[in-house]
Ligand binder design. Structure first.
Ligand code: 6PG
Length: 222
């Protein structure tokens, strides 16, 4: 499908998210936005960065992160800094899921302390989905999937055979602590995976299923 439809969808999602943040900020001092990485969110981040909001009262963090340096090409924090935290949105308080620790296992406690100091429940959590039905870093082939789906801890260090890097991810419990959930997908291939996820109930097969029972606005462009 043309990029136009993805751009248009991204703009619609940005308007919905900005409205949700404005709504919460009319009632509370701060609002928390939790975003995902990967390639789909880029046009959404660019569109949202232009929204007129009291960005200095908005906290932004990530649903997950690859355990790489923040200037690495595949860092989600780098993606957020380069595409969302621009223009008006530069004033937002961004809390990345990174630390100087050599491994996510060594850094998870320090990152969790920073994340838990944010304004939970989140106003908005935006999830993506991979072709294997993963969301955030809840991967079907991860040895920590069972823990990430069941723990009350906010963050889990994740190692996954299908992924080149170790990762850190918000747990399913923490990702559920939001007033609104959006699922942002792009690509024809995601349609069939989403269809399978909606038709079945084995969360370990398709972890996105952990979020299909809660109210969820699905934004998908082929
Ligand atoms: C990550 C993301 C991940 C992403 C999916 C979909 O760190 O990779 O948080 O969960 O949402 O992999 O990525 P695409 O939208 O690029 O297909």
């Amino acid at each position: 499908m043309s990029d136009l439809s993805r751009e248009h969808l991204a703009s619609q999602l940005a308007e919905s998210v900005a409205e949700a943040l404005r709504e919460d900020l009319s009632r509370q001092e701060r609002a928390l936005l939790v975003v995902s990485g990967g390639s789909t969110p880029k046009p959404f981040f660019v569109a949202l960065s232009r929204a007129e909001l009291p960005w200095e009262r908005v906290d932004v963090t990530l649903a997950d992160e690859r355990w790489v340096a923040e200037d690495a090409a595949d860092s989600n924090a780098r993606l957020v800094r380069e595409t969302l935290l621009r223009g008006p949105a530069e004033a937002a308080n961004f809390v990345p899921l990174t630390s100087d620790a050599a491994t996510p296992e060594q850094g998870v406690a320090e990152v969790a302390e920073r994340v838990m100091a944010l304004s939970w429940p989140a106003s908005v959590v935006i999830l993506g989905m991979g072709g294997d039905g993963h969301t955030a870093s809840l991967f079907p082939d991860s040895q920590e999937l069972g823990l990430a789906l069941s723990t009350a801890e906010p963050l889990v260090a994740v190692r996954t055979p299908s992924q080149p890097q170790a990762r850190i991810t918000l747990s399913a419990d923490r990702l559920h602590q939001a007033r609104r959930h959006f699922l942002h997908l792009s690509g024809e291939d995601k349609r069939s995976v989403l269809g399978r996820a909606l038709a079945g109930d084995d969360v370990r097969e398709l972890p996105i299923r952990a979020f299909l029972a809660c109210p969820l606005a699905i934004y998908w462009a082929p």
